[in-house]
Design a binder for this molecule. Structure first.
Ligand SMILES: [Zn+2]
Length: 133
């Protein structure tokens, strides 16, 4: 699994990660230090005052909103890549396509069709052929 921050982006602001400047997170979502500080302050303020600040998009210009679209796509791509990495992890543990499919709420065949191309080939993989579990 790739843990190099320079290949990831903050899921909250879109900032590209940098080597030596880690992003924190999990399950495909990552957060930069600036966003950790910002959102911690926001949560602290809610705890202290009980007042929830309006979401940031309410004060954005149309250009700002349009500028976020590519960042949202980038975050979606990152989540998709994270899912592939986790399926590869499951497969490296010899979990079957049926188990992967069940966990994702899809059929064994649908899991295989979606993820088998990204699987690192293993000569001894027992179910590399469609139809075996
Ligand atoms: Zn950020």
């Amino acid at each position: 699994m790739d843990v190099d921050s320079s290949k990831k982006c903050c899921s909250f602001c879109g900032e590209q990660g940098q080597t030596g400047k880690p992003l924190v997170g999990g399950l495909g979502a990552f957060m930069c230090g600036d966003c950790v500080d910002y959102y911690k302050g926001m949560l602290d303020a809610v705890r202290d005052t009980g007042v929830v600040a309006p979401p940031p998009w309410e004060t954005m210009s149309d250009a700002d909103v349009l500028g976020k679209l590519s960042l949202i796509t980038q975050t979606g791509d990152q989540v998709d890549a994270f899912l592939v990495e986790w399926v590869q992890l499951a497969r490296s543990r010899k979990l079957s396509w049926a188990e992967v499919g069940k966990a994702l709420g899809i059929s064994r065949q649908a899991a295989w069709e979606r993820f088998a191309r990204s699987e690192v080939p293993a000569a001894d993989a027992p179910d590399r052929q469609l139809g075996s579990a």
